[in-house]
Ligand binder design. Structure first.
Ligand SMILES: Nc1ncnc2c1ncn2[C@@H]1O[C@H](COP(=O)(O)OP(=O)(O)OP(=O)(O)O)[C@@H](O)[C@H]1O
Ligand SMILES: [Mg+2]
Length: 257
């Protein structure tokens, strides 16, 4: 068991290199179960790098710090074991998986997660019932379940498919990397409803977004601004409003300095 009072997610002094560049120098974030932390930051500030590094993408080398999910040392695990421990990352640019059928991909993922929790796998019939119900909630036609993952999907359809996976897998921690970009108004509403429902069930969120209206709509517990390889500012929704008014810290410094 995790210590009483321990946070669900604890990231401490995380340093990450991507290619030649030390993108994250020292990032520290704590998130409780059911909390939503909005991560904002300029293009290239390292938001996606943070998500990839936590998920275990091999091209993002963690060179310092710690990341714990409950009592699990995330950084010690292979990517698939981080997912089995309850981490979910929705991609800013969801890739195609040609030849891999969407419903089989999702059922395999789900059963792998259930197995890690010593729970029974879902059979194809039950899975399809659940997947169709969620797909209907987020306005994704059920025919998309039979198509290869993301192949030929429009931008918004890809994001809806990420949302479908999120709702299906019910992770402990969901990192949503600009899941709102490219979504129409109904899609945006589906994101807010999905986040609301899941946080009530204890899922914690790192919500990466450039949109003030999105951040306002999810009512985050905190807003954190990534800049210069660290969390430069943390605050309430007021911080997101201030960023919308005056820009990011670095941009402001260069204007003022
Ligand atoms: N493999 C790599 N090689 C070199 N540089 C990289 C690599 N991966 C990422 N970077 C650089 O790291 C920086 C952070 O990129 P990242 O994608 O994390 O930014 P971001 O905050 O998500 O930006 P955006 O808002 O545009 O999505 C960028 O300058 C990017 O060019
Ligand atoms: Mg990004």
């Amino acid at each position: 068991m995790a210590d009483q009072g321990a946070k669900l997610l604890e990231i401490r002094d995380l340093a990450v290199r991507a290619g030649e560049r030390l993108v994250l120098e020292s990032v520290s974030i704590e998130v409780d179960a059911g909390e939503v932390v909005a991560i904002m930051g300029a293009n290239g500030s390292g938001k996606s790098t943070l998500g990839f590094a936590l998920a275990g993408h091999p091209r993002y080398e963690v060179v310092g710090g710690e990341a714990r999910l409950g009592d699990v040392d995330l950084l010690a695990l292979a990517p698939q074991d981080r997912a089995r421990a309850g981490l979910f990352l929705s991609f800013q640019s969801p890739p195609d998986l040609p030849g891999v059928r969407n419903n089989l991909f999702m059922r395999t993922s789900l059963n792998s997660v259930l197995e890690a929790q010593d729970r029974e796998p879902v059979d194809a019939f039950d899975f399809l019932e659940r997947a169709k119900a969620i797909a209907a909630d987020i306005d994704l036609p059920a025919t998309f379940l039979n198509r290869p993952v993301n192949e030929g999907f429009s931008g918004g359809e890809r994001k809806r498919n990420e949302l479908l996976q999120l709702a299906m897998l019910a992770p402990k921690l969901a990192i949503l990397d600009e899941v709102d970009s490219g979504m129409d108004v109904d899609g945006l509403r589906a994101i807010v409803e999905t986040v609301d429902r899941m946080r009530a069930q204890g899922t914690a969120f790192l919500l990466i977004s450039h949109s003030l209206s999105m951040v306002e709509a999810v009512k985050p517990d905190r807003v954190a601004e990534l800049d210069g390889g660290r969390i430069a500012r943390t605050g309430s929704i007021e911080l997101a409003r201030e960023i919308a008014r005056t820009g990011f810290a670095r941009a402001r410094e260069s204007v003022e300095g």
